[in-house]
Design a protein around this ligand. Structure first.
Ligand SMILES: Cc1cc2nc3c(=O)[nH]c(=O)nc-3n(C[C@H](O)[C@H](O)[C@H](O)COP(=O)(O)O)c2cc1C
Length: 204
């Protein structure tokens, strides 16, 4: 039996009880139920020095983040929406992935990346998700078909329970499933030498 695939979750804010980190945890838990080994790099781990290519190796947390991404078979990223985009903290963490430019699998190459945004309002959640997916594309990752937006705003036209909570959880779980599915498909594909020969060279 082959080893479990590893899915790394990155995301959250420095705020205790970060909703974003909780959302990433839900997606990772779903990945775990599909047999993946999971690792969370949550809010406190993302308090990193501002990325500087000349200094990146000096940050222990930065090195850990880079090593975790390098060893991942799939990735989940969650960001709070700050002013309509990816928060500075999460974007700074993604800038550290520049350290993998010369890796055998540069940046996020060959990996699915599930993208999650959390905002008070729907508009911020939508624009932050689009910005996050653009960054994942730039890092050569494969955003999953499903991206998830989470709005923390109470629904104005019902009293009490948010009707959407259950569906939000289901969407986060589906996103985790899709990351594992892609990792398993890639593993099956690269297990065959004839398909291995068809791999694109780095940078293609
Ligand atoms: C600096 C800052 C900027 C924010 N900008 C937006 C925004 O543009 N749109 C929005 O809907 N919510 C915005 N919010 C609200 C956060 O996206 C929202 O509270 C989110 O749930 C925070 O995630 P967390 O619980 O993981 O900290 C902002 C919050 C902060 C602190």
């Amino acid at each position: 039996m082959s080893a479990a695939v590893t899915i790394v979750g990155i995301g959250g804010s420095a705020r205790p009880g970060s909703t974003t980190e909780r959302a990433v945890r839900i997606a990772l838990a779903a990945a775990g139920r599909r047999g993946a080994r999971t690792r969370l790099i949550g809010g406190p781990d993302l308090v990193l020095p501002l990325y500087d290519a000349a200094e990146a190796g000096r940050s222990v947390r930065g090195r850990e983040l880079v090593a975790a991404v390098a060893s991942a078979d799939g990735i989940v990223i969650g960001t709070p929406a700050y002013h309509g985009s990816v928060s500075g903290m999460v974007k700074n963490a993604l800038d550290y992935v520049e350290e993998l430019r010369a890796d055998g699998r540069p940046y996020f190459s060959e990996r699915a990346v599930g993208c999650i945004s959390v905002a008070r309002g729907c508009q911020g959640a939508g624009s932050a998700l689009a910005a996050l997916r653009a960054t994942v594309h730039a890092l050569r990752g494969w955003p999953t078909p499903l991206g998830v937006t989470v709005s923390t705003e109470p629904t104005p036209f019902d009293s009490g329970e948010r009707l959407d909570d259950l569906r939000t959880r289901e969407r986060l779980e589906l996103l985790g499933d899709q990351v594992v599915e892609f990792a398993l498909m890639r593993r099956a594909w690269t297990a065959h030498p004839e398909t291995e020969a068809a791999r694109l060279p780095p940078g293609a």
